[in-house]
Unconditional design. Sequence first.
Length: 170
Amino acid sequence: MIYAEATTRLPEFPMTVLKQADAEIVRKNEAKWSKPLMAAGWNAIPSIIIEKQQALGLDALDMNIIVHLSNYWWTAETLPFPSVETIAQAIGVKPRTVQKRVTALQAAGLLTRIERRKTRYGSDTNLYSFEGLIKAALPYAREKIANRAKRAQEEKDRLTRKRPKLTVVE
């Protein structure tokens, strides 16, 4: 699964270190957004998806749907399952618009919609997987990480290279 690939290369940290880091992240975001807004709930989405939305073929409505879906995705094991009506109401469009856009995202391979038929008379809300979007965004993320490392190395080289000795010429 792509989710696992993205996390398996991270170094292992003791849980107390992670909890301290999480607390620091929340404090920084509370300073930006305010405690009440953060207490009401927050969402995490990789910056590269926002930065490369055009390259990924996403327009503003697609991004709004993705952000809204991601708001319901709490763990890697539990896919989000908001109703089309919930999404439509939240972003101010008709449910049919959301259905069409989800179908287009699915056709582009960025989103997978998993139907949950209960009986011939009804069904539960669909599950949504971001595996295609993650796979499509990974090359951009790797490129950004490589560029960041290259810039850091260039800066380190710049700071450590020998400087010519200056002499006073009379």
